[in-house]
Write a protein that binds this ligand. Sequence first.
Ligand SMILES: [Zn+2]
Length: 248
Amino acid sequence: MSLDILALAAHRDDVEQTCAGTLLKMAERGYRTGILDLTQGEMGTRGTMDDRAREAAEAARILQVSWREALDIPDGRVENTWENRLKVVRVLRQQRPRVLILPHWEGRHPDHYTASVLGYEAAFLSGLAKLALNDQPSAASEKGDSLAPHRPFKIIYASLYRDVRPTFVVDITDQFEARLASLMAYKSQFTDQQAGSAIFPAQADIRARVESMARFYGMLGGVTYAEPFVQKEVGLVDDVMAIPVKSI
Ligand SMILES: [Zn+2]
């Protein structure tokens, strides 16, 4: 069964921080959602790769995602190479999402903005009929027909990490607590501890920070909590009477 929505991000917990409420909302509406983490977190100041794998699985359970995997791209060294693009193409052709959520293409962390460009270019390549993946044998490519070309219909960019004006926000008022719980599932990252205490906020601050951001974007949309996105295309309106968000 193919996915309806796939969120791609550089690191485990990036999706939880930027678009998890939206994923949960869509899952609650009956859509099949998935998360592709490009790396496994081996460079993190806190916790081990195995800790983060367990925590990611727990977060996925909370968010009701149907599928989650981490590629083996080196943490801290996400590069937009042909080899890495093909790894993402393989996932896109296997999972066949209609909507692809990518990180915003600007960012502080090189892994984040590189993941955005890598994801976009992989989505383009994935639709090329003559691009075969058989040059890189794997269990997946032996299935053959599951790797037919596929291009997501829609790409949207989760922009919460970046201070840019979103083109739309998704109301996550009803999903906010679960979204916070999915982030807190990363106990190795967010439990108060000595390691990395200079760069990680205290646990008590995390709720305040997450809530402030969700409130801010909620305010822009006229709801309590929301998550921000950018789309590069214009919005298409069928009925001007039904456009949400009050102007004055
Ligand atoms: Zn990250």
